[in-house]
Design a protein around this ligand. Structure first.
Ligand SMILES: NC(=O)C1=CN([C@@H]2O[C@H](COP(=O)(O)OP(=O)(O)OC[C@H]3O[C@@H](n4cnc5c(N)ncnc54)[C@H](OP(=O)(O)O)[C@@H]3O)[C@@H](O)[C@H]2O)C=CC1
Ligand SMILES: O=C1O[C@H](COP(=O)(O)O)[C@@H](O)[C@H](O)[C@H]1O
Length: 462
């Protein structure tokens, strides 16, 4: 197999250090003869290769799935070339093209690991790179900053890259337990028969993070939690949890099933009952954040899906920065039993940090009593040994791109529908002049997010 040349724009950014380099390290040292790559890292800072690799080393040590060894890291650094350039300078691309020719680099995969406002300019610059239009491009989420910019971006990118070479990545679609949702749902009649509003009271998708925005103020302050997490990752999860049986596990069938859910999302009328935004205290002191910024670092929302299966069952979504924990989980809360004292059954799909499934049901307390107690069955599929063998999301998706497999990449119509929904939420929130509530770092977020559920007699499952 030919060697793929990955050019990573945004090579000094958080995504590259935290996720991409550790993923490439894993793939490079995994001894897969099929995997051959070269990494051209684009950054505007003045680093030698050695300096760049010395910084990368600490990130790889901390985040790579496979064990760090000096020998392996040295092997990995042989694949890395740091290339200094300001990617907004259109003249700089001629020199980049010369660099590719001198070093005989073809089979390009361009990775746009940058804020979406830079996608256009990089694509324009690449028109000066002879082989670029034959290459593939991986675009990070969010694709655009709103519906209008996403449409324009789509049009412009398709002028340059052919549609089959455009890979819109959403790394949540590479996560093991997100991939598992459909198997869990459809291959288990004990779940599939109950997977509807008759039996399910609410669905809760939670993705709290303990980190703040770290060094990403430049990107994050223009984005916020709804654009950064909900429009893409969490709506993808919602549509997989809610979709109908896709008839086959083919990518087109699944994509169509997801699209039907996004179309059925009920437009919000009363924003006060649907959305709570928050911002952690101290956010204004973060680097590159505008003074008085009202960007939300927390979002909680309630969504309804207007179809027969989900009529009347709310889907709650919450995510935020600087909260008291980092996890992703999907809680399916079943309707109460006719026995008043029996707590509700709950099924939790644990996506991270541990992967597994948790089921809560009722038993008789042992002994001479009729009291009810909860049985908590916790299946954990992450053990240390297993983790070493589970390809991480980015590894999977990067390999899929090399193989031209688009099954688990976002499609344009999904992006369009979810932007449409998110834009309206933003507009309504602004129109009603609703506050962005302050919350303490290390907390569960603003208390107004609890009230969002309490209005329907529900509570977040923690
Ligand atoms: N961080 C994460 O965990 C994830 C991020 N993403 C997505 O990845 C994208 C980037 O995010 P993230 O890495 O966090 O953002 P950062 O702000 O950390 O990184 C942005 C990068 O762009 C570079 N850059 C900006 N302007 C220029 C320029 N003119 N010339 C050259 N380089 C430039 C920055 O360089 P410099 O260092 O010099 O400022 C930096 O390397 C976003 O779309 C985000 O949604 C997706 C999944 C996960
Ligand atoms: O896309 C993004 O994802 C990360 C969270 O990813 P995870 O795999 O660690 O759950 C988030 O921190 C970042 O803000 C966002 O851009």
């Amino acid at each position: 197999m030919a060697q793929s040349v990955f050019t990573i724009f945004g090579g000094t950014g958080d995504l590259t250090f935290r996720k991409l380099l550790p993923a490439f390290y894993n793939m490079c040292i995994a001894n897969d003869p099929q995997f051959k790559c070269q990494l051209i890292i684009i950054g505007r800072r003045s680093y030698s290769n050695e300096q760049y690799c010395a910084i990368a080393k600490n990130w790889v040590k901390k985040f790579a799935r496979l064990p760090y060894t000096e020998e392996n890291f040295t092997k990995f650094t042989q694949k890395i070339s740091y290339y200094q350039m300001d990617f907004t300078d259109l003249n700089a691309y001629t020199a980049l093209n010369d660099y590719y020719s001198t070093n005989n680099l073809a089979e390009h995969i361009f990775y746009f690991a940058v804020a979406p406002r830079f996608f256009n300019i990089i694509a324009e610059g690449l028109t000066k790179v002879c082989l670029a239009c034959k290459g593939k491009v991986i675009l990070e989420k969010p694709f655009g900053e709103n519906l209008d910019s996403a449409k324009l971006l789509n049009k412009n990118l398709e002028k340059f890259f052919s549609p089959e070479n455009i890979f819109r990545i959403d790394h949540y679609l590479g996560k093991e337990m997100v991939r598992n949702i459909q198997t869990l749902r459809f291959s288990n009649p004990i779940f599939s028969n109950l997977w509807n509003s008759r039996y399910i009271e609410s669905v809760q998708i939670s993705a709290p993070e303990d980190m703040g925005i770290e060094s990403r103020g430049g990107y994050y302050d223009a984005s916020g939690a709804l654009r950064d997490m909900v429009q893409n990752h969490l709506f993808q999860i919602l549509s997989i949890v809610a979709m109908e049986w896709p008839e086959q596990f083919s990518s087109t069938a699944m994509h169509d099933a997801q699209i039907r859910i996004l179309r059925a999302m009920r437009p919000v009328k009363n924003i006060r009952e649907a959305l709570v935004l928050g911002q952690y205290k101290g956010y204004h002191q973060e680097n590159l954040v505008k003074p008085n910024s009202t960007t939300e670092t927390y979002a909680a929302l309630r969504v309804f899906i207007d179809n027969e299966r989900w009529w009347g069952t709310p889907f709650y979504i919450r995510t935020g920065k600087k909260l008291n924990r980092r996890e992703i989980k999907i809680a399916i809360v079943f309707r109460p039993s006719f026995l008043e004292k029996a707590p509700q059954n709950i099924l939790i799909i644990k996506v991270q940090p541990s992967e597994g499934v948790y089921l809560q049901f009722n038993m008789k307390k042992p002994g001479d009593t009729e009291e009810i107690t909860q049985a908590k069955m916790d299946f954990c599929q992450t053990s240390y040994v297993n983790r070493l063998n589970t390809p991480e999301a980015y590894e999977r998706l990067i390999k899929a791109c090399i193989d031209d497999n688009k099954s688990w990449f976002s499609q344009w119509d999904q992006i369009e529908l979810s932007w449409n929904f998110i834009d309206k939420l933003h507009e309504l929130y602004k129109w009603e002049n609703l506050p962005v509530f302050k919350y303490d770092a290390n907390s569960t977020g603003p208390e107004q997010a609890d009230e969002l559920l309490q209005q329907s007699g529900h509570n977040w499952i923690d």
